[in-house]
Design a protein around this ligand. Sequence first.
Ligand SMILES: [Zn+2]
Length: 390
Amino acid sequence: MSKSADPLAIARDLIRCPSVTPTEGGALGYLEARLEGAGFAVHRVTFRAPGAADVENLFARVGAGRPHLVFAGHTDVVPPGDEAAWTHPPFAAEVADGMLFGRGAADMKGAIACQLAAALDYVAACGGKPNGAISFLVTGDEEGVAVNGTIKLLAWAAARGEKFDHCILGEPTNPNALGDMIKIGRRGSQNGTLIVAGTPGHVAYPALADNPVRGIIALMGALMAEPLDAGSAHFDPSNLEFTSVDVGNTTVNVIPGEARARFNIRYNDRHTREALRALVERRAAAAAGRVRWRIDWEPSNADVFLTQPGRFVDLVAGAVAELTGRKPELSTTGGTSDARFIKDYCPVIEFGLANQTMHKIDERVPTADLVALTAIYRRILERYFENPPQ
Ligand SMILES: [Zn+2]
């Protein structure tokens, strides 16, 4: 591989840009220069929303037409926490004992460096003219509220006529070692609050009051009693977890007038959001008797999705297996990611570095993994344009 496409050097340059959300920190400017140098048309786009910080994003494409493969990711990072607790400073990108240390090394400047190194090498190898198009869709708003990032950048690109065939998101997906896991979907997430109304009164005169604690315990018990489903071909069972229960009572002698319990549901592809809400409400109603209750559902943009196994997933899994010797598990575990937005435009899978140290003090990746991941992305590019998966 040429010196100009050294993923370790790129990762170190990116880590030295202190791009804690929503700060650009020089990271997108760096990518812009590298991509433009390789013949990509680069756009820097800033999105705004009331109550949220302005966020810079980047879209770049080389080539034209189909197939169109997109590398997606984010250059923003979570704050370093107690900098004195780091063995090597969080934005110094020092290498020690074969490891690259720094905030974003795993999540996910390391993977962006590998995507870039692989793309620069591949584009150079095909004389700047891939047999289709290669894009970079990079946001600075993934670790924050995520309202001025990927969701808007996708809409912006679509409005310009960009059509994507497949996307690889470089989030850190491997629980232990490179090659462990590809994510082919994510569960949906839904927050709600169960509210039970009572009649407040003196604890010594319970007949004159109606304690909502009794009712909320019964309803919570009913909602926790049975799993929401038994899982599906590619997903774990859906799960409802209560996260807070409270009556806000500051006294010891007053029966409260209302009780609230907050909960979150991680749900699989056996449910749509609407059907899931209806199922929970049916179960609550069946247990309610005379309890006066309601559920307030929070709006959410985290819907369940699955990229069906097939030629694209096989192509990626095959490249991973060839270069790591591991057969990656096809998983839908973990929290939400920007793939939840990308799936509305094209099939998306996630494969990146190992995730043990993401968001932690001493975040780090083996430098050998940067070389290996670059080789994986490079092979994917070659196979993809040799024999497009659709
Ligand atoms: Zn991330």
